[in-house]
Structure formats: structure tokens, C-alpha cells
Design a protein around this ligand. Sequence first.
Ligand code: F3S
Ligand code: F3S
Length: 105
Amino acid sequence: TYVISQPCVDLKDKACVDVCPVDCIYEGPRKMYINPDECVDCGACEPICPVEAIFYEDDLPDEWTGYLSAEREVFVTTGASGGASGAGSMAQDHPIVEGEPVKAG
Ligand code: F3S
Ligand code: F3S
């Protein structure tokens, strides 16, 4: 699966949402999340992100490997599935995101 990592926090550009063919990129309060059970690994989202937040799971930089499990866990916790566009925002971010310092701007 592909994973959205730390640079997305407090930015949520959402260019990725527009190119995903299966509508599997869900919104949290501070970050977007790819549902690993719905992503078809098309890779369209990766080059479109202006801050290079999206990586194939095997290519995640070491400092952000926690984001792989975070992406899975947030969907176990919230049960968000079946299409992001109709889902609205999830109520809470994963703790790893909640623990990130708030970025200015
Ligand atoms: Fe975030 Fe980049 Fe998408 S900032 S919302 S992963 S385009
Ligand atoms: Fe969508 Fe990106 Fe997966 S565009 S299908 S989330 S690789």
C-alpha cells in the first residue's frame, strides 16, 4: 500500500484525493490517510503531492516508518471505508499525528 507521512500534517493539500481512482484517501483533523484495504497501489497520488508526503510502504524514510502502522490502525479504530468522499472527516487523528508539533501557517 501507499502511506501518507508526516509532511501532510497540518497541510492537507488534497491534490492526492483528486487523482485517486478508488476514493480511498480519507480525512482526519490534521492529516489525510490512505485506507490500506482499499488502495489498489496505482501510485497516482505519490508524484502529485507538493510536499512529497506519500511513499510506497517499502520506501518510507526511516524517521517516518511509524506512519505505516498508523495508517492501518486509524482504519481499524474508525472503521472508515466504502469511499472517502461520502465519509466526511474522521473524528480523531492517530496518536502519532496528534503528537506531532503543530506547524505554523
Ligand atoms: Fe497531504 Fe500531499 Fe495529499 S499534503 S493531502 S498527501 S497531496
Ligand atoms: Fe489511490 Fe494512491 Fe492508492 S491514488 S489507489 S491511494 S496509490
